[in-house]
Design a protein. Structure first.
Length: 183
């Protein structure tokens, strides 16, 4: 049980503090010119690495599209690998996908919503074993985009998981804070 608790804590800690390369929905489009889809697409995602006694790898690409000047949406996939060599069986992986929507309420301030499904090892107390399960999450929140350059900047997002279940979640808390950089 201690291993499970430490693993989830480390996973959340790592996710919170590793660099992310998040796509920005702050780009301006000229709606009257009706640009083709390829000109409204943006790409990005998360990428994190940590090696040593504890190894953590996160690869989470995403693609989004500007629908209007204020609204964008997209989807992404997630894969994370975790290994703690201090414990036997301290190795696990997590994978899944998400769809998201973002609405620019004011310049640089946005509302964000996201639905994700993650598959990971959950501890079953009855059988005292780990079993892989799909666990949903529905996040709502807001954020701030600090631009630097034409397309670059930083995203600061605060989300709340409306479907949070402390017994069946890879997150320790219903609150998720993301800090990402757009290049």
């Amino acid at each position: 049980m201690l291993l499970l608790r430490n693993s989830f804590f480390l996973l959340i800690f790592s996710l919170s503090f590793f660099y992310s390369f998040l796509a920005s929905a702050q780009r301006e489009i000229d709606e009257e010119m009706r640009p083709p889809l390829k000109d409204r697409l943006y790409y990005g995602g998360n990428f994190g690495l940590s090696f040593g006694t504890i190894t953590f790898i996160d690869v989470s690409p995403l693609v989004g599209a500007m629908i209007t000047n204020k609204l964008s949406g997209g989807m992404g996939v997630t894969y994370q690998y975790f290994n703690d060599t201090r414990f036997v069986g301290g190795e696990s992986s997590l994978f899944g996908g998400r769809v998201f929507g973002r609405y620019n309420v004011f310049p640089n301030f946005f509302a964000h919503t996201e639905y994700e499904m993650l598959n990971f090892d959950l501890y079953n107390m009855a059988s005292e074993t780990f079993q892989r399960e799909w666990v949903p999450g529905f996040f709502v929140g807001a954020g701030y985009f600090a631009p630097f350059g034409n397309r670059g900047g930083a995203n600061f997002t605060f989300l709340y998981n409306l479907m949070f279940d402390n017994r069946r979640s890879p997150y320790n808390e219903p609150y998720v804070i993301r800090i990402g950089f757009v290049l």
